[in-house]
Design a protein around this ligand. Sequence first.
Ligand SMILES: Cc1cc2nc3c(=O)[nH]c(=O)nc-3n(C[C@H](O)[C@H](O)[C@H](O)COP(=O)(O)OP(=O)(O)OC[C@H]3O[C@@H](n4cnc5c(N)ncnc54)[C@H](O)[C@@H]3O)c2cc1C
Length: 383
Amino acid sequence: MSMEPRMLKEGFARLENSSDKAMSYFYGRLFAANPRLRALFPVALDAQRDRFFHALNRIVWSQDNPDDLACHLARLGRDHRRYGVTAEHYAAVEDALLATLRVFARDVWSPRAEEAWTNAYRSAAAAMAEAAERDAGAPPWWAAEVVEHDRRADDLAVLTLSPERPLPFAPGQYVTVQTSRWPRVWRPYSIANAPRSDGRLRLHVRARPGGWVSGALVRDTGTGDTVLLGPAAGTMTLDPDSGRDLLLVAGGTGLAPIKALAEQAVAPGRRRDVRLLVGARTERDLYDLSDLRLLESVYPWVRVLPVLSDEPDFRGLRGTPADVLTDVLADLLEDADGRDDPWDGLDAYVAGPVPMVRRTVAALQRLGMPLKRVHHDLLRAEE
Ligand SMILES: Cc1cc2nc3c(=O)[nH]c(=O)nc-3n(C[C@H](O)[C@H](O)[C@H](O)COP(=O)(O)OP(=O)(O)OC[C@H]3O[C@@H](n4cnc5c(N)ncnc54)[C@H](O)[C@@H]3O)c2cc1C
């Protein structure tokens, strides 16, 4: 390993050792030197701190992988636009970051370490600013009116939003959302439909206990309210050149991106066999089943298969999606007998709670499905 990445990792390890104190010091320095910057940040900084730490971690650990780093920085730079971040803010952050490192990484600090950090930070900041600049023609956010608010359960709502201007997206992507209740607090939510001629987007939102934005969207938002949306992002999209059959697996509100993919897969002119497994605990948790049944009735090559884990009398599939894959795959691969590689005709997409996604992906791999054909949103969820 060359010296520079090693010095960055050493310095970062010191910050990690006292992450709370280091981040308090960092924001203290930042806001003391630039009081006006405080207004760009949410009132409570906890989530912001985590995000900053995470971004720094990625910058430090991706030095040996420039493509990954460039991609990450471009996304961050574009993201920053909706907070109103400009080039001068990057300089202010540089000062505060170096001041923090001088204190918390003092035992490994040296003029060379300072130079390594300055270079790494400046090149990251330049990459972020460039990405923001490239996007300068596009709006940093869209105001969208809530035209329907359908409370499907105490903690779950399906929102239909009408953005003021067309918001381009591909099925499987997500948008970040800000509610008027929590200024400057943005959270990602998957879009639950393929693009429609009226430009509307649907979101499936589950209120998390104590959750700021999810609680506001489910409980304190209604028809006629306005929310702000960031540009669509995410890579869990259909391969445009593939006509392969689809195994779609959803758990919880992971159904949102999966449903958008299913809608795209049945768009006119296409005919791909689709098996949509919807994992839930009980029948009551199948909050969107009637809509899915409608899709199934219009497109007979789509089959919706609920899989319930806590409903012993359920007459359909029982267990978790991972438990039923053998049979579902046998059915889907039936026509593949003649092929050299039976997996050639199939793509899989998995979205939902992290443990469910992990288990499903592991089961698919065990059953022999090549991982390049298995798409999931775990990486996004952990970002
Ligand atoms: C790419 C992506 C797509 C997403 N799509 C959707 C979607 O379609 N629908 C949807 O409802 N959510 C989705 N989420 C999750 C969403 O972005 C928020 O994290 C979630 O709504 C909680 O935000 P909050 O502000 O309400 O909670 P916060 O105020 O951030 O957190 C409050 C409490 O809830 C806990 N918490 C936060 N997230 C979760 C979670 N996922 N499960 C359990 N506890 C949690 C926190 O640890 C904390 O204790 C997605 C996340 C990602 C990364």
